[in-house]
Design a protein around this ligand. Structure first.
Ligand code: PNW
Length: 481
């Protein structure tokens, strides 16, 4: 299972979506100009000792001013789409209420520049930069957050919906609920998850009722799901790998794309543990009266496509945890690790396991009735940012080929692929040390020039060919200026 089969030389379906991606906080800079309100990441990075080397997103790639450079870079990739995100506090400085016109203008200008380049926008509403004003009111734990998000979504659909035909409501709610601002062990995590699902569903239903007929777009959500191989052939370890998938992907996918409820294994595990731990109801908060309306009406079927952010795999074994440890991790009773033979990357959590993506796509096809899927992120980091990035070419070659096999051999409905990222950028807590770009950004120069890496040329060729030609060696993308 750890060895790649030979490459499949074939093409993707016609009209396949080819994209590259960024997010607002990771590239825009201009964090406090033209009326933008602060986001939780502006606050977070201003505290010492949080982000590597005290890095911030205050300037980043300065795309607020240099967006034309981004469009030029995208053009050279031959992409049909650009996945970017809107900064909620740039258009609504307080999260709700007063609209910031310069923020609206910025995204209108970006969309206009894309139009000139014949590139379609694929727009994420929320890529982690919550307005600080909303965080001050409890953020994703406040029961009103779904209504705040709906108001923000309404503004974006109204302002940009004539030009945007693919919307992603939330990027990786799993991160927001669990890893982002740690909302507390094992209870707040699920409460935030619950509110995130509601927020997504409200935005979807708003689009469906008010905008879809005239704007004719699609609305989905981007879930990050790793692949988990069983660490052995023992039934207990196979069950543990399945459990890991359900806790990571099923948590959000099952309410939206599946039964409408949380995965039964989550209900069972969290329910049992909560009882043993003395809680008077499950920390997952399922089956409460207040939850019923969304289960029945709002959430099931609230997406036109399933966005998948996928990077890596791990091996998983069953491992009962200490019952006194109240946490999302411990609820799963498992242990995950990496096979030492897997190639690494610039990020400790990212091992190069292209075969995992094909397994994951098959699993999602089976669990969620073969939904339309778009790979909304896939990519690889290094720390050097070198232009002759053979590792990234290897990564893209094999991951994209596994997507092709999933479509052509396994009958999975994948309608698009998005490379993360267009350019080196602010990689959250890793600062500028972990570089995912197809384009290098020289952060020491005030002009922040974007320079194509070899992988940019490789991807441009794949997109040009709409797949893999047999006469296409992977070492044929020299650095030329
Ligand atoms: C994504 N995992 O997060 C984010 O959407 C991007 O903003 C980010 O720059 C990119 O990955 C690279 O880190 C991830 O658990 C979160 O494997 C979690 C995982 C992968 C990616």
């Amino acid at each position: 299972i750890f060895v790649d089969e030979p490459l499949l030389y074939d093409t993707f379906p016609p009209d396949f979506i080819w994209a590259s991606a960024t997010s607002a906080h990771q590239i825009e800079g201009a964090w406090n100009v033209d009326g933008k309100g602060p986001s939780i990441w502006d606050t977070y990075t201003s505290q010492p000792g949080i982000v590597a080397e005290g890095a911030t997103g205050q300037t980043a790639c300065n795309s607020y001013y240099f967006y034309q450079k981004d469009v030029d870079a995208l053009k050279s990739l031959n992409v049909s789409h650009y996945r970017f995100s809107i900064s909620w506090p740039r258009v609504l400085p307080n999260g709700i209420g007063q609209v910031n016109q310069p923020g609206i203008d910025y995204y209108k200008n970006l969309i206009a520049a894309l139009k000139v380049a014949n590139i379609q926008p694929m727009v994420t509403l929320y890529h982690w930069d919550l307005p600080q004003a909303l965080e001050d009111m409890g953020g994703w734990l406040n029961a009103s957050v779904a209504d705040w998000f709906e108001e923000y979504a309404r503004l974006c659909f109204t302002q940009f919906g004539d030009d945007v035909k693919i919307w992603v409501t939330l990027n990786e709610p799993w991160i927001t609920a669990w890893q982002g601002p740690k909302y507390g062990p094992g209870t707040y995590t699920y409460q935030a998850g619950h509110n995130l699902i509601l927020a997504h569903a409200k935005a979807y239903r708003l689009y469906e009722s008010t905008f879809k007929a005239s704007q004719q777009g699609k609305v989905g959500i981007a879930l990050n799901v790793n692949w988990f191989f069983p660490g052995s052939d023992l039934i207990a370890d196979k069950d543990a790998a399945e459990r890991a998938l359900q806790f990571m992907g099923g948590w959000f996918a099952n309410p939206i794309f599946g039964s409408g409820d949380y995965p039964s294994i989550m209900k069972l595990k969290i329910g049992e543990k909560s009882a043993q731990q003395g809680f008077n109801q499950s920390r997952l908060q399922e089956n409460t009266a207040e939850q019923k309306p969304w289960q029945k009406l709002l959430v099931p079927g609230s997406a036109d496509f399933l966005g998948i952010n996928h990077y890596t795999s791990s091996l998983t074994v069953n491992q009962p945890s200490n019952i006194n440890d109240v946490s999302y991790e411990s609820d799963q009773d498992l242990y995950s690790y990496y096979d030492p033979s897997w190639y690494g990357s610039g990020s400790p959590w990212l091992k190069i396991t292209p075969f995992g993506l094909r397994n994951l796509l098959g699993w999602l096809r089976d669990k969620f009735n073969n939904p339309e899927m778009i790979i909304t992120e896939n990519g690889c980091s290094d720390t050097a940012g070198n232009l002759d990035d053979m590792l990234r070419i290897y990564y893209y070659k094999h991951y994209i080929n596994n997507v092709l096999k999933a479509i052509k051999t396994d009958g999975v409905k994948v309608s698009g692929y998005t490379a993360w990222s267009l350019m080196d950028n602010f990689e959250w807590r890793a600062g500028y040390n972990e570089k995912f770009g197809l384009f290098n950004v020289d952060f020491s120069s005030p002009e922040l020039p974007r320079t194509a890496k070899a992988s940019a040329r490789y991807i441009a060729q794949i997109i040009h060919d709409n797949g893999f030609r047999s006469d296409q060696p992977c070492n044929n993308y020299p650095i030329s200026k």
